[in-house]
Design a protein. Sequence first.
Length: 342
Amino acid sequence: MTILASIPSPSEGVWHLGPFPLRAYAFAILIGIFFAAWLTGKRWEERGGNADEVYEIAYWAVPFGIVGGRLYHVISSPDAYFGAGGDPLKAFAIWEGGLGIWGAVALGAVGAYIGCRRAGVSFGAFADALAPGLLIAQAIGRLGNWFNQELFGRATTLPWGLEVSPDVARNAGYPVGTLFHPTFLYELLWNLAAAGLLIYLDRRFRLGHGRVFWLYVVLYTAGRLWIELLRIDAAETILGLRLNVWTSIIVGLGALVAFIVVGHRGGGREESVYLDPSRAAQAGTDAPADAGDELAVASSERVSDSETDTDSTPDAESVPEISDAARNPRSTRGEGQEPHGV
């Protein structure tokens, strides 16, 4: 089959500013983190919180997430560090790439929980605000794999096959010039589409109590499952399947159950993101009124004015004189005559 097109890999992933290396992988991670923080801040404000609280929580979540991601990567791909010819010290060389999303999310959640408790806000509400931004951060981070020419899929003749350098192809056991599935691109596009879907569903159904986050896990694992089956990088296997495949299945099913259970318990959005009732009341007082509230206030004022006018006492001159006949209707009828129309 004739190859009509292909995706070239960047010739360099590291640039040097004097003695300091500037790595594309690190830039991709940092840009993803900043974008996720910005979007989460916007969504947090929509839920009634303060954007500054997001950065306070990120102070705890980000370091925990990076450590967790590195730990999961080393545990799931140990040969490069502890196998034959491996270098254990390279387990600390995070700048060379290698972060497992499962470890990053798990340990990052621990850091976020600590940050939420210190800030006095709901952990579930924060996770819901974070979920779409987390997906976009993961999408941006996959560009680092492209620059590093790593984590690509098996050989393909599709027109969007990924080109890699001769050394990378030989190390993977393939002839020079072989094209590979660009799994970094598949996951990037999947994550962006899932983030857009989360934002839509959250606004449409006003999800809360962690349901947006559980839905994020369901969507991400569904994509990661089929993408993982395409990859050829070294990984631990269980019963013939890569560890990340089993992780996707188990975590995805667990998240689906959690999403359903929370929904049955009443998964509407929280009334406030704050745990302290007095702080929640203050946040509600400070919230600006929308157009509907303004119309309600104006209508109430008009009704109040109308009632005031109605209850006012008229002047004596304006009261019409009442005739004797009107005061005593019986006087105009014969004795014993009953009124009509009663």
